[in-house]
Design a protein. Sequence first.
Length: 95
Amino acid sequence: MTDPIQIKHYKEDITSFNQLYKEFQRRFVRFANTYVRDLTTAEDITIEAMMYYWENRKRLSADVNVPAYVLVALKHKCIDYLRHQHVRETMSDEL
């Protein structure tokens, strides 16, 4: 497990970002899969959440818990996906 000092450094460069990805990717995918119930979709959403973090990392405070931040983004992306699926199914049924 990564210590809190290293977590702050995930914001600094791509090497540390890759370390974050390698360390947490499996857990993030399992978490997403509990929502979407499809492994491929869970993997895609995990990548989206990680990219969201990377694109917004400079706006975050220095003491942010990066894995927790990614988990929250991941949860919201899963909910958005499920909401979109529900709309798609509803529209398909109406046609």
